[in-house]
Structure formats: C-alpha cells, structure tokens
Design a protein around this ligand. Structure first.
Ligand SMILES: Cc1ncc(COP(=O)(O)O)c(C=O)c1O
Length: 404
C-alpha cells in the first residue's frame, strides 16, 4: 500500500483516535460517507511552505473539493482561492477570504458569472479575446472597473501529467503567440492586465518535469515584460503537483520544486517588482486528507470469483472506479477498514451498487477476509470525489461528508 497519513496500526483505521466503525455510526446517515481530516491538510501546507520561497503565495483550487467547511478551513491557511463557477465564487466569498485574493478562471464564463466577478472585484482570468470584449462591455455597463488577467496557453505542455492543459490547440487560455495583439486590444478597451495565469497540467509526480514547466513559464512571462510591466501584480504559474495513488507511485519531490523556485523568483521580481508569484494547487493540498467509506451489503461468488458489493459506488466516487480520466484502470488504495490485522486474506472484486460494469472499484485485489456489514475504506479520496461524481445516476443515496 502507498503511504497514508491515517493510523493503520490497530485492527481498524483510526481517525483522530476513533475507529472507522464509530465514525460510520456517528451522527445521522451512516454509510456511504467521506471523512476529511484537516490535520492532513495542515501537514501538506506546512510541508509546502517549508520548501518554497517566502514570496510565493499558495492558492487553493476550489474545484478539487468545495465542501463548505473544508473551504472555510482553507481560507485561514492559504493566500487565495481560484474558482471556476458562480457557486464556487459565492462559496468562497462567504468563507472569509478577501475578494482581492480570489481569481476566476475557466472557459465558458457566462455574462451572469462575469457580472458577479466584476461586481465583487475578483481577478478574472480571460480565456479568449471574445471573453475580454465581453468583460469590457459588462464593466462599462456596470460602471465598475474589471480586474483582468490573461490565461495563457503556452507552446509547451507538461509531460507525463494525468491531465494536460497547455500546449497545442486547447480550450484553455489564449495562445501565447496571440498575446501581443491581445494586449493592444486590451489597451484600446481601456483595461489593464493585472494577472497572468498558466496552467499546463495536473496530477504530475515527476518533479523534474514540473521544474522544467516552471522554468519555461517564468521565462515566458519575463520575455513578455514590455507588454504588462507596469500593470502586472499576480503571476499564477499553476502547479500540477499530484499525489500517489497506485503501487510504485512516489510522492512528488517538493524540495526540488522549491529549489527551482528559489532560482526563478529573484529574477522574476527584478523584472516585476510589484508582482507576486502564485502556485495554484488542488489535489496536492486535499487529496490525501479524505477517506471514502462504504459498507458491504452483499458478498457473492460468480463463476469462481468473489464480489464484495458496497452501498456506495461510482455515483459517490467516480474517480476511484477509474472513470475520471484514467487511461489504464488501476485500483485506488483500499482495505477492509475494520479488519486490518486479520491474517486470512482473499482475492476479491469490489463493486458498487449500480447496474453497470463501470461501477467497479477493484478487480482481483487481495484484502483481509470480510463479512457483510464490514466497511471498505478507499484512501486518497479528498480531491475530485463527491462533486466529480454522477450523484444523480440511478437515483442512489448521496454520500454524506464529514470534516474534522
Ligand atoms: C485552472 C486550473 N487550476 C487548478 C486546477 C487544479 O489542479 P490540481 O487539483 O491537479 O492541483 C485545475 C485542474 O484541472 C485547473 O484547470
């Protein structure tokens, strides 16, 4: 099993000293549920801060986990939030994070979304020239200046990322070679460029690749200094740091990333003394804080293979069934959470309650011997869990969420 921040030394997974079976009955609702432990997030933030130059600000990408209590907890611990929709924006505005530390990125922002963002004075990262024109028009109509940033689609991508979001033809950002003419139009529209955002990839564990992307990103923004030297206040260079999910995955080397930033940041600040560099992270900060817990409701044998059937499936945790962008299906780390120490083990398939073969968490995995009523715990479930799942599918029960 990969490293986990949870205590597996007893017969049950312990969270804050309490057995997982106690969490399963605590409060209303029973299983299935997500349990997010703030102490893990705290550790991740500390680990990161320790390795990065002090000038770097950490932003949390709310899409990774928008649970309100978790977001409020983050508000006191990171420097800013990045949102991608009206509901995320409303949520973070209620969290206590000052509006000036919030940015809004994502293709396809509607007029209503842009109107709210302009009125609340959050930084809007435009993804196209058409969006810039709409921002200018709405700003005039509202008689309120818009805080404009540009998301740039660079010429490079981030190799070996789970998701690649830069380089080539992309729906995200404005192609870097178009930026000079876009800047001319921005000026004629009476706007200024306050921020630059690059987000080249996600779920990357290779520090060398991430460092190379960071170097290229800083070089690009420095090469464009004549375009927004006086107005630039924020350079959000993305992140993409992943977490280990599978056998042989190694935690990303944050110290190596910090070393690259110690080299890049001083030069950047010489060129842009009034700008702050921002690293924007979702999964790295919250992915390891979460457990997904569901109960075995049936155990059956089909032609020699044993199936554990759970009360929560892909409707609760799509990513763990491999249906959220995994190219080759591999099992998330999981265990029978109330029978860790048993010496009797068996090979099983672990499936959810939906009538589709897609609803499979693990095939031919070795677990401790279990019974109906036992709890299956899936680790690394703090990011892209419930809100990245088709909760309405088959009108099944919706998992509850607990934040401690
Ligand atoms: C613009 C932007 N920011 C941040 C993220 C968060 O990525 P991660 O959770 O991998 O850190 C994404 C992911 O798709 C993104 O598109």
């Amino acid at each position: 099993m990969i490293h986990t921040y949870f205590d597996l030394s007893q017969d049950e997974v312990l969270v804050q000293g309490r057995k997982i079976s106690e969490w399963a009955v605590a409060g209303k609702g029973g299983t299935p549920f997500y349990l997010y432990h703030s102490a893990v997030i705290e550790k991740k933030i500390q680990e990161l801060r320790k390795s990065l130059p002090k000038e770097i600000q950490i932003h949390y990408a709310v899409k990774a986990n928008p649970m309100p209590e978790l977001v409020s907890f983050m508000a006191g611990r990171v420097n800013g939030f990045d949102v991608a929709s009206t509901r995320e924006l409303q949520l973070v505005l209620r969290s206590g994070m000052p509006a000036k530390e919030i940015s809004f990125a994502g293709p396809g922002k509607t007029d209503d979304e842009l109107t709210l963002a302009i009125s609340e004075q959050v930084l809007i990262y435009a993804e196209s020239i058409h969006e810039i024109r709409r921002i200018a028009g709405l700003s005039k109509k509202l008689n309120t200046p818009a805080r404009l940033g540009l998301r740039i689609n660079p010429q490079f991508d981030m190799k070996s990322s789970g998701l690649r979001m830069g380089g080539g033809s992309k729906a995200f950002g404005i192609d870097s070679e178009q930026i000079p003419e876009v800047c001319v139009e921005v000026a004629t529209l009476g706007l200024e460029i306050e921020g630059i955002h690059i987000f080249a990839g996600s779920q990357n564990l290779d520090a060398q690749t991430i460092c190379q992307t960071i170097r290229l990103s800083f070089a690009m923004v420095k090469s464009m200094s004549s375009l927004f030297l006086n107005s630039l206040r924020v350079f959000n260079f993305g992140g993409g740091l992943g977490i280990p999910y599978f056998e042989n995955d190694k935690a990303v080397d944050v110290v190596a990333i910090g070393e690259t930033l110690f080299q890049e940041v001083p030069d950047f600040l010489k060129v842009y003394p009034r700008a702050v560099p921002v690293i924007e992270l979702g999964r790295f900060l919250v992915g390891e804080c979460g457990l997904f817990v569901s109960r075995i409701v049936d155990i059956k044998i089909s032609r020699g293979q044993k199936f554990l059937v759970l009360d929560g499936g892909m409707n609760c945790h799509l990513a763990a069934t491999g249906n959220l962008g995994q190219v080759i299906k591999r099992n998330f780390p999981l265990c029978v959470g109330n029978r860790l120490q048993s010496s009797v083990r068996e090979v099983v398939n672990v499936v959810g309650p939906l009538c589709t073969p897609l609803d499979t968490f693990a095939t031919q995995v070795e677990l401790t011997l279990s019974e109906v009523g036992d709890l299956v715990v899936i680790f690394q479930s703090g990011a892209y869990g419930l809100t990245a799942s088709p909760s309405q599918f088959l009108s099944q029960r919706v998992a509850r969420e607990i934040f401690i």
